[in-house]
Design a protein around this ligand. Structure first.
Ligand code: CO
Length: 469
């Protein structure tokens, strides 16, 4: 590499977003273990390995302790920074949590091995990431503050640049642009990245999904415009609703004279390792060919990868696969009604579920989910555009929405959570798991307890129903 080569760094997403987007986060820790050392020596800027849906999924479907999983990663990644995706005041859950949960969670995440926290708010309401930033600073972690990219009449370049500036003012160590739905076109990316880099003197990461087939072109333009980090996945878990493929981007950029710091033999070893896992998932149907194809309709519906693969499996379960197109068409209408939230967890689930209700019940807002009501009440934060009075009336009747940051209205909850699960607590971290996912965590703790002591806790509970339902 010549001395003038510009550096571009990669974050590998294979074991987080890659598998979350393509196989609904069902990759087991034991399926990752044999390749971790190769990944550690590949030369990545960081490996995204935790957060997002992986935490919930580990306990719910895989019966794994997510904290133990993180400690295992930390032991295996001796050189590479570990990164997680964090939903600000929503932590890793689907609603707003009080500050004690946010702070406790971040402290434990860093203690157990996370270096970089990519923090976003689903509505880009930066009041909702303030406590997270404070907590990351206190733990000496790296706060990568993240803009959710989306398209709407209010989401202009100026809007995003102002957001980046506010994030820099808040103390961001770096900035990320997160394009959940693969909406970034090459030209839009070039302008956006250029303008953000001009306005803010911080490293900039670009995260997109291949859903609409544009992400690798968008990355190339992002790099030309001065982006510092791109997010990619090993090819067997890339493309489709996942990220561009690491090997392809690395080779293309190398030829342009960029120093990627990556070792091609490690990237190829990763591809060889993950390919049989992909084959297995295709065979079992876990990886649906629907999420692998280029979907130009995504530019219209703005449905992020994870949301799409979840929706496919939900509709399958409801035996309502024939409603797929109708639900997809209802999503942008619900989104406009709700003030154009970017479609990212938890607003993506909320909009997706409400759209499904609107279609399946046969009348719009005849059935309104609890989450949609909370959203209209302002309990998720400020929406990018106001929600009309007509829609507010339909959803919450005559109630008046709040205007303060939602977390300021919440009581601390860790004390109560700790007392509710004291029989099952094996580590401080369990209280956080339970605070975020009470039922899922409790089921997991019982499973763990049964494995360890051979006592069937479902019987114990019937005799002594002291545990929350
Ligand atoms: Co993503």
């Amino acid at each position: 590499m010549n001395g003038n080569a510009k550096t571009i760094r990669f974050m590998d997403t294979t074991i987080r977003d890659g598998q979350q987007s393509l196989i609904a986060t069902r990759m087991k820790l034991e399926e990752m273990l044999p390749i971790l050392e190769t990944m550690d020596n590949a030369g990545f800027h960081s490996v995204e390995c935790w957060g997002g849906a992986t935490f919930d999924s580990a306990m719910r479907f895989l019966k794994e302790d997510p904290w133990e999983r993180l400690r295992t990663f930390r032991r295996h990644f001796k050189k590479t920074k570990l990164q997680m995706l964090f939903r600000g005041q929503n932590v890793l859950g689907y609603k707003c949590y009080p500050d004690d949960v946010v702070e406790g969670f971040i402290r434990k995440a860093v203690e157990n091995g996370i270096d970089i926290l990519r923090i976003f708010d689903a509505l880009n309401d930066i009041r909702n990431i303030e406590s997270s930033v404070r907590a990351v600073k206190k733990s000496n972690g790296h706060a990568q503050l993240c803009i959710c990219y989306t398209l709407s009449e209010v989401h202009t370049i100026e809007y995003f640049v102002n957001l980046a500036k506010s994030m820099a003012d808040m103390g961001a160590d770096s900035i990320a642009v997160k394009d959940m739905a693969g909406l970034l076109t090459p030209a839009a990316t070039y302008t956006l990245v250029g303008e953000i880099k001009k306005a803010v003197n911080l490293p900039l990461a670009i995260h997109s999904h291949y859903t609409s087939g544009m992400a690798s072109m968008a990355y190339l333009k992002a790099v030309e415009a001065g982006a510092d980090i791109i997010d990619t996945a090993a090819s067997p878990f890339a493309l489709g609703t996942s990220q561009p493929a690491t090997e392809v981007m690395a080779e293309a950029l190398r030829e342009f004279g960029y120093d990627t710091g990556l070792k091609m033999e490690n990237l190829i070893a990763m591809a060889d390792y993950f390919r049989p896992l992909r084959e297995k998932a295709l065979k079992s149907g876990l990886m649906d060919t629907k999420v692998l194809a280029v979907d130009v309709e995504m530019l219209k519906y703005q449905v992020p990868g994870g949301m799409l693969s979840n929706m496919v499996s939900q509709l399958k379960e409801l035996k309502a696969e024939d409603k797929y197109a109708e639900v997809l068409a209802e999503i942008p209408r619900v989104r406009a009604d709700l003030g154009y939230p970017p479609l990212v967890t938890p607003s993506s689930q909320l909009v997706g579920t409400q759209a499904t209700m609107n279609v399946i019940s046969g009348e719009r807002y005849k059935v309104v989910t609890k989450e949609t009501k909370e959203f209209a009440r302002g309990m998720y934060g400020q929406t990018p555009a106001p929600i009309s009075e007509e829609i507010t009336e339909k959803i919450i009747g005559g109630e008046k929405p709040i205007t303060v940051p939602p977390a300021t209205l919440l009581e601390p909850m860790l004390g109560k959570a700790a007392s509710e699960i004291k029989e099952y607590t094996e580590q401080e971290e369990d209280v956080l798991s339970y605070a975020l996912f009470p039922q899922v965590a409790l089921d997991f703790f019982k499973h763990r307890y049964t494995l360890k002591y051979g006592i069937d806790t479902t019987l114990t509970d019937k005799e002594n129903p002291v545990y929350p339902a």
